[in-house]
Design a protein around this ligand. Sequence first.
Ligand SMILES: CC(C)(COP(=O)(O)OP(=O)(O)OC[C@H]1O[C@@H](n2cnc3c(N)ncnc32)[C@H](O)[C@@H]1OP(=O)(O)O)[C@@H](O)C(=O)NCCC(=O)NCCS
Length: 196
Amino acid sequence: MSTPDILIRPAEPDDAPEMARLIDMAGGGVYEFLLDGLVPGMTAAEMLVPGLAGSSGSFSHRHSGVAELGGRVVGVAHAYPVDWIKTEDYSGLPPDRLAHLASFNATQDWGSYFLSALAVDPAFRRAGVARRLLDWVYGRARTGGFDRVSLHVWADNPAALSLYASEGFHEVARAAVPWHERLPHQGGSILLRRHV
Ligand SMILES: CC(C)(COP(=O)(O)OP(=O)(O)OC[C@H]1O[C@@H](n2cnc3c(N)ncnc32)[C@H](O)[C@@H]1OP(=O)(O)O)[C@@H](O)C(=O)NCCC(=O)NCCS
């Protein structure tokens, strides 16, 4: 399948609900792990919407590119300078959940441009949408003066590993995030890097 009509463009505030759905998917359960139960009656994806719709902070839509088809958002890439993580305020999150992910946050390619989320709607996969979103991210990284893009991928996500290998990403390190019944990944998280 090929989808030439897909437009890759900077995200806008109104895209936030669709972006949240996709970014939640990209996390492989990490947002549910961190956020579930914190705001009664709200799903993790719903809790992501205000930050994405806003214009400040690393989670803002200003750091996202979206793939649009027929007026609908079918893919998203979210990326920003990885050093911003050092200044994030995680004080609203449960300390035990953060502690479980400590190796993830510590295993970073400081100084790089960080792809924090990439996802494509299941109905539009294998059509080159992720590749086009990655191209958009490489361009943003270069424009920002960065020479490389880094990202984390769960070791048990073969589709994403295959995509990143075909795009020339290489393993830099592994974060030994332990298996957890609410975050049941095997093999931890792999830090990958590619020069741009
Ligand atoms: C991983 C993901 C973003 C790929 O999106 P996509 O738009 O389908 O990817 P593309 O069509 O651009 O694929 C480009 C290449 O990646 C590889 N690839 C993508 N999906 C693959 C799969 N399911 N199995 C094997 N290889 C795959 C192939 O080499 C593919 O090229 P080809 O189709 O010519 O063989 C998508 O499967 C997804 O959203 N998954 C859920 C969220 C996720 O895991 N995000 C990554 C978090 S790190």
